[in-house]
Ligand binder design. Structure first.
Ligand code: GDP
Length: 301
């Protein structure tokens, strides 16, 4: 928990106001509620959810007759955690029971897909799983190369074709290779050029179809990698990908780069999608499973 707290130091900036709002001895009056609302909005929680949280906390304070803000802090943490946990799959790790499990990482270019693929591969490798990476972003030579560099660094094999190849063929190969070598997990990078949105979605759907046909018994995962810095602008993208692929969750990358910690709440609520992992840096170890309570407590401490 301390390590997580330390890693979240940067992010905490956006929530500092909240910490002092809930200071011992601070009275709960109208200026408290105004301050809370302001801090939530500044932290990118979003208007609707801010209203909802403030209203529910007000009710709680009244019901339990709480007069001191510090006594309300725990209720606030509980309230946020409850909201997050209402969404099925929140904080759930990738399931590697089925062999091979397949995870497609999707998202716009620059969101952090390639890096996240490497981080996940590194995480599961260190847990003793056999992992394969698939370079299914066949449009960018740089993306293929970047994944290969990561693969070498973390000691994970990368299945790649030449630039311009068919991404569906890459994933097919990767699965064949995983089956042949008894691998536990295939993690696939994918393309993310959103200017050709329609084509991209058709391409990704085809990749997903290939996975489902090859492994009909085993549910694959399609996880959207979102750049936390995008703030409220992320939702439109998320909708497009979700419509095409029925996403099974979100990985929030670059959380270390935003001062607006509340994006976690907004993402979960606006998209009704579970957050599964959070990226906290550029290194292969900088990925944490999203545990709602640890995160919320660390942010408010
Ligand atoms: P892709 O185009 O979606 O594959 O994105 P990349 O994986 O290439 O990432 C784009 C940039 O974001 C790179 O410079 C990464 O090092 C950086 N990046 C990815 N994830 C994180 C993160 O969690 N924190 C920080 N600070 N940087 C990240």
């Amino acid at each position: 928990f301390d390590a997580l707290k330390e890693k979240l130091q940067n992010v905490k900036k956006g929530w500092l106001g909240l910490g002092s709002l809930f200071a011992p001895g601070k009275k709960i009056d109208e200026s408290f509620w105004d301050g809370l609302e302001e801090q939530l909005l500044l932290g990118d929680v979003g208007v609707d959810l801010t209203d909802e949280l403030v209203a529910e906390l007000r009710q709680e304070a009244k019901k339990s007759n709480i007069k001191d803000a510090s006594a309300l802090k725990e209720k606030f943490v509980d309230l946020i955690v409850r909201k997050l946990e209402e969404i099925p799959g929140m904080g759930k790790p990738i399931e590697t029971k089925n062999k091979p499990a397949v995870v497609l990482l999707v998202g716009v270019n620059g969101s952090g897909k390639t890096t996240t693929a490497a981080k996940l591969a590194s995480k599961f490798t260190s847990e003793g799983k056999k992992v394969l990476l698939a370079a299914a972003d066949t449009y960018r030579a740089a993306a293929i190369d970047q994944l290969k560099v990561w693969g070498e660094k973390i000691g994970v094999r990368v299945v790649a074709h030449d630039v311009g190849g068919d991404p569906a063929a890459v994933i097919y190969d990767a699965i064949e290779s995983a089956v042949a070598s008894d691998a536990d997990l295939v993690i696939s990078d994918t393309a993310g050029r959103l200017h050709t949105k329609h084509n991209l979605m058709e391409e990704l759907k085809k990749v997903k179809r290939v996975v489902e046909r090859r492994l009909p018994e085993e549910p694959s995962e399609s996880l959207l990698v979102l750049d936390a810095v995008m703030g409220q602008n992320a939702f439109y993208q998320a909708e497009v990908f979700n419509e095409a692929l029925s996403l099974t969750g979100v990985i929030l990358a670059k959380y270390d780069n935003t001062a607006k910690g509340g994006i976690i709440l907004a993402v979960a609520q606006r998209m009704s999608l579970p957050i599964r992992y959070v990226g906290l840096g550029e290194g292969s170890e900088d990925l944490e499973l999203f545990e709602p309570r640890s995160f919320v407590e660390a942010l408010l401490s």
